[in-house]
Design a protein around this ligand. Structure first.
Ligand SMILES: *Cc1c(COP(=O)(O)O)cnc(C)c1O
Length: 376
């Protein structure tokens, strides 16, 4: 029998103990300083710099604003081309378009859903100025090949690292690659500040520009130098981050157990593929992507989605549709040019994944998946 109490959603936000949060925000009742780069904002910034092993970081109200802001701060020429992936969340392409740049979609790799460097290289024209790759599901891009292309063609690399918080490659923080990396601290991400985001960047000179952009271009009480927006992380969100960061190792350890249970359960099912990180990667277990090859598995991704939904288990067709197939973009782009991305969008399903998901629930979800028969 299905009912509300055994309903499983695809994700569940992590929260610190209430007392810990109350203690963190209590001083705000004395200072009455609620936003505009206050004590918690600066405290979180410093803690993240240390945790991520980066020199420069700027916090924002959300990851999307951080991405728009770094694109703007890099002063890429209007209408120039930016090579990116159609297999991502709307934010990645929207940010490029909203900053008056032209997205060009390259194909992805079948083994980890990230940009295929070969496909990227073929699309470079004299108008190309940057590459915006995505570390999809926290699986790192081929950072070396991408940097090599960027160096040879004089391109900027701005990573959408929204999924990749705390990931390391060969012991190196994921934000240490490229010119900049955006993180999202949205409620559904591995590390959250309720809503929030950040950008890490190589060129220290960008810091004042980013600070000004998120505060109307204001430099001093009587000085405004830039048509900035408003994207300041407030003190309550920053305090949430300060608390959640203390529990991050525990959070990721729990997620690892959940992921390993899924991988074990689904290991020998033909037509079903799971995605483990490479040996040199410290992963964050942000998502649990699984692909279903209908010819081999005997049922489609949509059949699996429907079977889970019937039993109150919320999976997510993530990412489907491709960005190039959105109403907004499909008249301009042809998805056939990125066949691997088309196939991924048709076969992938993100199964429920969060730290407190019980291993019994994982077993139950996997039993449903393995029992799926095609709908008539
Ligand atoms: C969540 C997400 C974003 C946007 O982050 P927000 O903090 O929600 O603005 C961008 N790109 C990807 C891939 C994401 O998953």
């Amino acid at each position: 029998m299905s009912n509300e109490s055994n309903r499983i959603l695809v994700t569940r936000s992590s929260m610190p103990p209430l007392e810990e949060y109350l203690e963190e925000i209590a001083p705000l009742w004395e200072s009455h300083w609620l936003t505009n780069m206050g004590r918690e904002h600066r405290k979180l910034e410093a803690a993240l710099r240390e945790r991520l092993g980066v020199k420069n970081i700027a916090l924002f109200t959300n990851g999307h604003s951080a991405l728009e802001c770094i694109l703007e701060a890099l002063q890429l020429p209007r209408n120039s081309e930016v090579i990116t992936t159609p297999f991502s969340f709307a934010s990645t392409t929207h940010a490029i378009v909203r900053k008056n740049l032209m997205p060009v979609f390259a194909d992805i790799k079948a083994d980890d859903f990230t940009l295929d460097p070969e496909s990227v290289e073929k699309l470079i024209t004299p108008r190309t100025v940057a590459i915006v790759p995505v570390h999809v599901y926290g699986l790192p891009c081929d950072v070396k090949a991408i940097q090599d292309i960027a160096d040879r063609h004089g391109l900027k690399v701005i990573y959408d690292a929204a999924h990749a918080f705390d990931v390391r490659v060969d012991g190196r923080g994921i934000a240490d690659f490229g010119d900049a990396s955006m993180f999202s601290f949205h409620a559904t991400k591995v590390f959250n500040t309720i809503e929030g985001g950040a950008v890490c960047f190589r060129d220290t000179a960008l810091y004042p520009v980013l600070e000004q952009w998120k505060n109307f271009g204001i430099v001093g009480p009587e000085s405004v130098v830039y048509s900035g927006g408003n994207a300041k992380m407030n003190e309550f969100c920053a305090a949430m981050g300060v608390c959640n960061l203390r529990h991050l190792d525990d959070e990721i350890a729990k997620r690892k157990k959940v992921a390993e249970r899924y991988w074990e359960n689904l290991a020998d099912v033909s037509g079903v593929r799971t995605f483990q990180p490479a040996e040199n990667v410290r992963h964050n277990y942000a998502y649990l992507p699984v692909t279903f090859e209908p010819d081999v598995f005997g049922a489609t991704r949509d059949d699996v989605f429907d079977a889970l939904a019937k039993r109150n288990v919320g999976a997510r067709k993530y990412f489907y549709p491709l960005i190039s197939d959105y109403e907004r973009y499909r008249a301009i782009y042809a998805s056939e040019r990125t066949p691997t991305a088309v196939h991924a969008a048709a076969t992938v399903l993100a199964l429920p994944m969060y730290a407190d998901l019980s291993l019994e629930d994982v077993d139950r979800i996997c039993a449903i998946v393995k029992g799926v028969r095609p709908c008539a």
